[in-house]
Design a protein around this ligand. Structure first.
Ligand SMILES: [Zn+2]
Length: 468
């Protein structure tokens, strides 16, 4: 295969560099590399060449489904009449009997959702609405009727005083997916959108429990819908074996405040991950979850590559233990922008200064990596980087300005590998040619962190997005 030579690359040096790419890897980097007649040449014309971005925490299947769903939360939908309009539109667009799938609901729209409210708006077809955290679905009566008996041994089914289901189901995604049969959202839009933003790798943070959950991903890869490198997580002890095209990453441990595992059960789950040669990735969005997790890692022992997912609330007294344990925090500061106004109204004032911290974690020497948490957070990693540097909410208020980081640091949060998320990859011989080529030099791009600056995205030396 012909080599590709990228010329005129800004690598942050005083003069332009050239990169030779062969067999999917960078094989040489230098200012004066020779270009042969047989080479393909791409002139970066002074634009920066950086490692392709890695989104360290997102949910591919849910992101694909979100593209095929109606958004019923802020900023698009902010009150009950807009909610009713969005559902009525979806209702008109769908064939009889098809489910409406709504996502991103928040109580500020029309209060707490339940079956009765949904019945008023859409009585005749099944509907399910996911709250913006992704943990809860609310179903109308037609949907509950279709599903029949709901098991009591999975997730949580809320019931009213009469013992009737309110329609609210928590952490029952797996069961719902099994009941509703194989719904196969296309991942093409997710893959293409990410490639246009220069994303060359994904870590899917959904804890897989059934090997069949990988089928959709494998199919999306074969169809060319997902060309990025993919790492997945699995639930502790789940019989997941990844095919050659997918990397098996950490074991994911989910925590919910109202049914936290016992301390010993959490320690055991961490040990299960380590015994399998894998890090633990523990979901921590509240103070109690983070405190419990750090104590359990201290007791069970850290493997040096364990991760805290989200790290929404990290109090000061946990900083030193996190450094000592070598834990990486995979955070989602995109929420500062997208949900920040609600946080300012609703979050315990004690937690506000320590919400989605970045600056303090970096300064303490804790590994920090960035994830979009798409579709629950903004899918554009550049938007997340901006939130890291500005700490402004959608309405322009400041949230935790002390946690701001320099643009270069914000960018580095998306440059780690899936195995070492907190350590930026480099443009160097031997590295995979997963690259993001910008229209402009790095110094300019750092003043304007935007996906609009991405000219080209290459994975294994193959161009997967060309925005020129
Ligand atoms: Zn997530």
């Amino acid at each position: 295969m012909t080599d590709l030579v990228v010329t005129g690359a800004d690598l942050g040096e005083s003069r332009p560099f050239r990169l030779r790419i062969s067999g999917g890897r960078i094989v040489a980097v230098g200012p004066d590399l020779q270009v042969d007649a047989a080479d393909n040449v791409f002139d970066a014309a002074g634009g920066a060449v950086i490692p392709g971005l890695h989104d360290h925490h997102l949910h591919l299947y849910a992101a694909g489904a979100a593209h095929e769903s109606v958004r019923v939360g802020p900023p698009e939908v902010v009150n009950q009449s807009a909610f009713a309009t969005a559902l009525a539109r979806a209702d008109q667009a769908l064939p009889a009997g098809a489910w409406i799938r709504g996502v991103a609901y928040h109580e500020s729209v029309a209060g707490p959702l339940d079956r009765r409210l949904l019945d008023k708006l859409v009585p005749h077809r099944p509907i399910r609405i996911q709250d913006r955290s992704g943990a809860q679905w609310t179903l109308n009566s037609a949907a509950l009727h279709k599903l029949g008996a709901i098991p009591t041994d999975q997730g949580r089914v809320e019931r009213d005083a009469m013992g009737q289901p309110t329609g609210r189901l928590t952490r029952m995604d797996r069961w719902l997916a099994d009941e509703l049969g194989p719904s196969c959202p296309s991942l093409a839009a997710v893959g293409a959108e990410a490639a246009r933003a220069g994303v060359t790798g994904f870590t899917d943070a959904t804890p897989l429990s059934d090997p069949r959950q990988l089928d959709l991903l494998v199919a999306a890869q074969s169809a060319g819908d997902i060309r990025q490198r993919v790492t997945v997580m699995s639930a502790p002890g789940a019989p997941i074996r990844a095919p050659a095209t997918i990397t098996l990453g950490p074991m994911k441990i989910l925590l919910d405040d109202d049914r936290l595992p016992s301390f010993s059960a959490l320690c055991e789950a961490i040990v299960t991950a380590h015994d399998a040669g894998r890090p633990a990735a523990i979901h921590c969005v509240t103070r109690v979850q983070t405190v419990l997790t750090v104590a359990a890692l201290a007791e069970a022992g850290s493997c040096g590559r364990d991760r805290i997912e989200h790290g929404a609330v990290i109090p000061d007294d946990l900083l030193a233990p996190l450094v000592e344990l070598g834990v990486t925090v995979v955070t989602n500061p995109g929420f500062v922008y997208e949900r920040g106004d609600a946080y300012l109204r609703e979050v315990n004032p004690d937690d506000l200064p320590v919400l989605y911290r970045c600056g303090t974690l970096h300064a303490a020497g804790i590994g920090v990596a960035g994830g979009t948490d798409a579709p629950f957070g903004p899918a554009d990693p550049w938007r997340v980087m901006q939130a890291c540097t500005e700490r402004t909410t959608a309405s322009g208020k400041r949230l935790g300005p002390g946690e701001r980081v320099e643009p270069r640091t914000a960018l580095s949060m998306f440059l780690g590998s899936s195995t070492h998320p907190g350590t930026p990859r480099r443009i160097a011989p031997g590295q995979p040619a997963d690259l993001c080529v910008l229209f402009i030099p790095l110094a300019d791009a750092l003043r304007d962190l935007s996906a609009n600056n991405v000219a080209l995205c290459l994975i294994g030396g193959v161009v997967v997005a060309d925005n020129r």
